[in-house]
Design a protein around this ligand. Sequence first.
Ligand SMILES: *Cc1c(COP(=O)(O)O)cnc(C)c1O
Length: 399
Amino acid sequence: MAAETQDATRDVVTRWAWVEVDLEVIRQNVRAFKAFTRPPTKMMAVVKADGYGHGAVATAKAARAAGVDAFAVATVDEAIALREGGIREPVLILAQPPASSVPLLARYGVMPAVYDLEFLACLGRQAEESGVEARYHLAVDTGMDRIGVPWDGVAEFMRVAERLSGLRLDGTFTHFATADRVSDWDFTLQLNRFKKAVAALREAGVNPGVVHCANTASIVLHPDAHFDMVRLGVGMYGLHPSEATVGRIELTPAMSVRARATRVVRPQVGEGVGYGMTYRVARPSIQIATLPLGYADGLSRRLSNKMEVLYDGARWRQVGNICMDQCMVEVEPEIARLRGRDVRPIEAGDEVTVVGRLGDDEITLDELADKLGTINYELACDFGMRLPKRYVNAGSLLD
Ligand SMILES: *Cc1c(COP(=O)(O)O)cnc(C)c1O
């Protein structure tokens, strides 16, 4: 398998556990979403949280190759990482950062979301000083009560904002709390408030710039919310935002999590495994294989004794408490043989799939998220935090 470590200066395998990201799959997913939009609607790829754990720069480049126009992140540091990684397209920070970061915004040419006049004044002063107009997007709170100028106060906000110099309103946006439901009263209320806010700006003689509000779910479910640009997040990584989009768009997950067994033993019956010995070996035919990834790598400890992995065409239970950096799985070729399957005894160095496809079976982030009572978004972010990333089907994207 053609594999690249994220750190090109160190092309050495330093860990037998990794996140595999298929960049061709990301391109395909982006194209699948583009088919839901019509020109001249633009597409912004949301690569916050290191590209939902997939690696921000690499996934941004894959999305760009599939025709994305702009990028969004959550923090100033993430925006800088994109610039330093060679992304030249517009970059929007989806929240208003601390005013102390304004010089960095100017230096790297990235746009903040704005909803506070004091911050905006600071942005304007910096623009005057540097002689370069500062672009920003106006965040509008239409009912999520997270960030933004309240929807019925935008005209008043801009009346004051327009007295500040050095600034350019590049876009106006809101975010939906319930876009992942097919038909929803709260969604319709937010959409109507957003339309009213944009109309109020125009009536006041303010050009709202690029108008945008659709996240992944809205791209598929709410074409009436596309406006000038859509913001594609979780979907480009091949994950559904909820059940509501399943069956409406064909997506392939880009992330797999794999590991190689670092040690294999065949303990005596009754021996315990791991901290607290929450599992005991029940049959002499059971092999216990150690995998070098644990809860610090995103494999939540709450999955202990509750999840499975794929090895040699079969599912095997994870056993014992998941440790910080390691976990154990049981493999029992004799049991497989009784079920008519020939499974090779596992040996140190053999590859195990923790998330992803192996043969015709697949362990999805959704499967693990269901067990944890959370969403695929969170698990993708978690797996991305410490595990090294290997990109496959990168072509010349990362050269
Ligand atoms: C994260 C985020 C998105 C992307 O949402 P998905 O559901 O992943 O598509 C879009 N807009 C804002 C403001 C966000 O915070």
